[in-house]
Design a binder for this molecule. Structure first.
Ligand SMILES: [Zn+2]
Length: 680
C-alpha cells in the first residue's frame, strides 16, 4: 500500500474565517440551524444528540460514504465543482500539450473511458509481472522493486524525502517500514475475533485477486498464504500506531555503512544508484527492527515467495486503475468489508479524486481561480491572528508553567506560519505525458511525478512553500517541523465558515478548527518540537512533568469512552487530537469573547444566547454519523476520536459550556472537578 507521507502532519480538518467586523450586526445574519437540533435531548446530558440529532436522523449516510454530516456533504459537493472544471478541460481539444488544461483534461477523459479500461483487463500489468517472472536472482528482483518504488508502490519499504528532526531546514532521505496489506500490525497479531476475521477475509481477498489475474484456484490460495506469512513476520517487527506517534521512536540517523550493516542482503549500492541519491546523503531509518526482519526474509525466503509478494503489492496498489472486476474485488474488501460502505462512488467521482491525488496542484489552480476569492485569504489571516493572540494569552495565564518555559512557548507562537488557500507557487507538470487511450500508464506517469517531485528534495534545504494538501481539500493540518498551520481553500465554505452567519457561529466552527490546529503545536507530540521545528526539549523538567500529568487526564478520559458496546477508544492514540480539541474550543471561545468587546451586545437568536450559539456551532460542525465498521477502523488506527467524543469530550471539561446551558454539577456534560481535564 502507498504509504502516507503525512505521518507527522496533524490533520484536523477544516477552517476558514473572517475578521470580526465582517461578521457584524447586519439584519441578514443568521445563527445556528435550529432545524438540526434534537430538542427532545437534554443538552446537559448528551449535547451531541441535542446539537445535531435531527439532522442525522433525516440525513442517513449515503451508501458510498463511510460517514456523513453537513461538513462531509460540503466536501462531496465540492467534487461537483471539480467535475465541471475537468469536463470543460476534457472537452477542450485546443489546449496546448503540457498545459494545465491538457494534463488534467486528458487524464480525466482517459479515466472516464471505462469501456477501454475494461477491455484492457489486466493487460497493463503484464509487463510488470513478466519482469518479476524473469528475475533470475534476488539482485534482479531488487531492481524490479526499485522500479516499483518509482511508481509509488512503496513495498516492502518506502524511500522518501523528510525534514531532518534535528535540522528541520534540511531534507534527508527517509527509509520507512511499509509492506503490509492490512491497515496495521495489530490486524496480523491480535487475538480478538474482529482481527481474526479480517485476516481470513484478507487471505480470501488476495486469492480472489490472483484468480482474476488468471491464476488457478490452488496457486492463488497458496500465494495468499505465502503473503500472509511474510507480512505477519514483518508486522511482528513493526511499531504499533501508538508507538508511531512518538517522534523519537522513528528517529534514527543512519549512515550508508550502518544501513548496509542493518540489512546486508539488500544491495544498497545498486538501490542508491537506481534512485540517483548519493551514498553520503543524510539519512533516517524509521524502524531498524523492521529492516532487520526484512533482511532476514530477503536472505531466507525463497525467490518464488518474493515474486508473489511483489506481484501482490503491484496488483493491490494499482487495482483501482484496472478493469471492473479488479475494481470491484478491491472495493469488496476495503470499501465494503473494512469500511462498511455498500456502494462504490460513481466513476466520475473516483476520477475526480484520482486527478486531485496525482495532479492536485493543476486541478487546484483551476479551482481557486474560480472558487476562492482573494478577500477570503485576508479574512482568514485576520482570524488566525486572533486565535494566535488568544493562545498566547492563555499560555501566559497558566499558573503551572514557569516564566522560562513560557518564554520558549512565546517564541514558538511567534514563528507560527499560517498558510491559507493555496500555494504561492504551483507545481509544474508540463513534462508529464498523458494519453487519452492509456489510463493505466497515465496513472503510472502521475505517480512517477509524485515520487520524483518528492525525491528531488532530498539532500537540499527545505522548501517552505510546499503544501501537504491540495487546495480543494476540505481539511486542515499542523506540521510541527515547519511550525505551520495550513488551511486549504476547500475548507473555506459552510458549515466551517459562513459569511452570512453571526460571529458566534463562525468562531464555534472554523474558529475551533483554527484553535485546534494551533493547539497541535502544544499537544503531546507538537510540544516536543521547538520554534524552529527541531525535535528538542524546550521545557524545564518540572514544567514537562506537570504538562504530562495534565495530558494523562485526557488519556484517562478518552480511554473510558466506548464504541459498539465494549470497544474502548485508545486514549494514547487520540491524545494529540483530543488536546487539540480541548485547546481549540477554549481559545476559540476566548477569541470570540474578545472579538465582541466594544461592540453592541450580540443578539440572542431563536432563543439561543451568543455563547450557546458558539457551542451548538461546534456540535453541528462535528456532527458526523459514522458507520460501525469505520468506527472500528478509527478506534484502531485513527488518531482522531469518533466525532461524538470530539463534542462530548472537550465540552464536558469546559466550565463556560456548563454555564451557557445552566448544566448542574452531576450532569453527564459536566465532569466532576476532580476528573476535569485542562491542558491549555
Ligand atoms: Zn488535528
Amino acid at each position: 500500500m502507498r504509504r502516507l507521507k503525512t505521518s507527522f502532519l496533524m490533520l484536523l480538518f477544516s477552517s476558514l474565517l473572517l475578521p470580526p467586523f465582517l461578521f457584524s450586526q447586519t439584519s441578514s445574519l443568521h445563527g445556528i440551524d435550529v432545524t438540526d437540533l434534537d430538542r427532545k435531548a437534554d443538552p446537559c446530558n448528551d449535547f451531541y444528540e441535542f446539537a445535531n440529532g435531527t439532522w442525522r436522523a433525516n440525513n442517513p449516510i449515503p451508501a458510498s460514504m463511510t460517514r456523513w454530516s453537513k461538513r462531509w456533504a460540503a466536501g462531496e459537493s465540492s467534487k461537483d465543482k471539480l467535475k465541471e472544471i475537468l469536463e470543460t478541460a476534457s472537452a477542450d481539444k485546443s489546449a496546448p500539450q503540457g498545459s494545465t488544461e491538457q494534463i488534467i483534461g486528458v487524464y480525466y477523459g482517459a479515466c472516464m473511458d471505462e469501456s477501454r479500461v475494461n477491455a484492457r483487463g489486466m493487460e497493463p500489468l503484464k509487463p510488470w509481472f513478466g519482469r518479476i517472472d524473469a528475475a533470475k536472482d534476488t539482485a534482479e528482483l531488487q531492481r524490479v522493486m526499485a522500479d516499483m518504488h518509482e511508481i509509488g508502490v512503496d513495498d516492502p519499504f518506502a524511500f522518501d524525502g523528510q525534514q531532518d528532526f534535528h535540522k528541520p531546514s534540511w531534507v534527508l532521505a527517509d527509509i520507512g517500514a511499509n509492506g503490509l496489506g492490512l491497515p496495521d500490525r495489530d490486524y496480523y497479531l491480535k487475538p480478538e475475533a474482529r482481527f481474526k476475521e479480517a485476516r481470513e477475509k484478507y487471505v480470501a481477498h488476495i486469492a480472489a485477486m490472483f484468480k482474476l489475474a488468471g491464476w488457478d484456484e490452488k496457486t492463488s490460495a497458496a500465494a495468499a498464504q505465502t503473503i500472509m506469512g511474510m507480512e505477519t513476520k514483518l508486522a511482528e517487527a513493526s511499531l504499533d500506531n501508538v508507538a508511531l506517534r512518538d517522534p523519537s521512536a522513528t528517529d534514527h540517523n543512519t549512515t550508508f555503512a550502518q544501513l548496509q550493516a542493518m540489512a546486508p542482503h539488500i544491495d544498497w549500492v545498486e538501490y542508491f544508484k537506481h534512485v540517483q541519491i548519493p551514498q553520503d546523503v543524510d539519512m533516517n531509518v524509521d524502524q531498524p527492527k523492521f529492516m532487520q526482519e526484512l533482511d532476514r526474509q530477503v536472505q531466507e525466503a525463497p525467490l518464488a515467495d518474493w515474486k508473489v509478494y511483489l506481484k501482490w503489492h503491484l496488483l493491490n496498489s494499482t487495482a483501482s486503475s484496472l478493469s471492473a472486476p479488479f475494481v470491484e474485488e478491491d472495493f469488496a474488501f476495503t470499501g465494503k468489508y473494512l469500511s462498511g460502505t455498500t456502494e462504490m462512488k460513481p466513476r466520475w467521482k473516483r476520477c475526480v479524486e484520482s486527478t486531485d491525488q496525482l495532479f492536485g496542484e493543476a486541478l487546484g489552480k483551476k479551482y481557486v481561480e474560480k472558487y476562492f476569492p482573494p478577500e477570503a485569504k485576508a479574512r482568514m489571516q485576520e482570524m488566525v491572528r486572533n486565535l494566535l493572540a488568544a493562545m498566547r494569552d492563555d499560555i501566559l495565564s497558566r499558573p503551572w508553567m514557569s516564566d522560562d518555559t513560557k518564554e520558549k512557548a512565546m517564541a514558538k507562537i511567534a514563528t507560527f506560519n499560517p498558510k491559507i488557500g493555496y500555494p504561492d507557487k504551483w507545481k509544474d507538470y508540463s513534462h508529464v505525458e498523458i494519453r487519452r487511450d492509456a489510463f493505466f500508464e497515465d496513472v503510472l506517469a502521475g505517480r512517477r511525478f509524485v515520487e520524483e517531485d518528492d525525491r528531488q528534495l532530498i539532500g537540499k534545504p527545505v522548501d517552505r512553500g510546499r503544501w501537504g494538501m491540495t487546495a480543494p481539500t476540505s481539511n486542515a493540518y499542523y506540521n510541527p517541523l515547519m511550525n505551520e498551520v495550513v488551511f486549504p481553500a476547500g475548507i473555506l465554505q459552510p458549515p466551517a465558515f459562513d459569511a452570512n452567519a453571526v460571529d458566534a457561529v463562525n468562531y464555534g466552527a472554523i474558529g475551533v478548527v483554527i484553535g485546534h490546529e494551533i493547539s497541535h503545536g502544544f499537544d503531546d507530540q507538537g510540544a516536543q518540537f521547538d520554534a524552529e521545528g527541531r525535535l528538542q526539549n524546550w521545557w524545564s523538567p518540572e514544567d514537562l512533568k506537570r504538562f504530562q500529568e495534565k495530558t494523562s487526564c485526557v488519556v484517562r478520559q478518552f480511554d473510558s469512552y466506548t464504541i459498539d458496546g465494549d470497544i474502548h477508544i485508545n486514549g494514547k492514540l487520540v491524545l494529540g487530537e483530543s488536546i487539540g480539541d480541548l485547546g481549540g474550543v477554549k481559545i476559540a471561545f476566548l477569541a470570540f469573547q474578545k472579538s465582541q468587546q466594544g461592540k453592541p451586545p450580540a443578539p440572542t437568536i431563536d432563543g439561543f444566547t451568543p455563547d450557546q450559539q458558539f457551542f451548538i456551532a461546534w456540535g453541528q460542525f462535528r456532527g458526523d454519523e459514522t458507520r460501525p465498521e469505520t468506527q472500528k477502523l478509527m478506534v484502531q488506527g485513527d488518531p482522531h476520536p469518533v466525532a461524538k467524543y470530539r463534542v462530548l469530550g472537550p465540552l464536558s471539561n469546559f466550565p463556560p459550556f456548563a454555564e451557557a446551558f445552566s448544566c448542574k454539577p452531576g450532569s453527564a456534560m459536566v465532569r466532576p472537578e476532580k476528573d476535569r481535564c485542562v491542558v491549555w
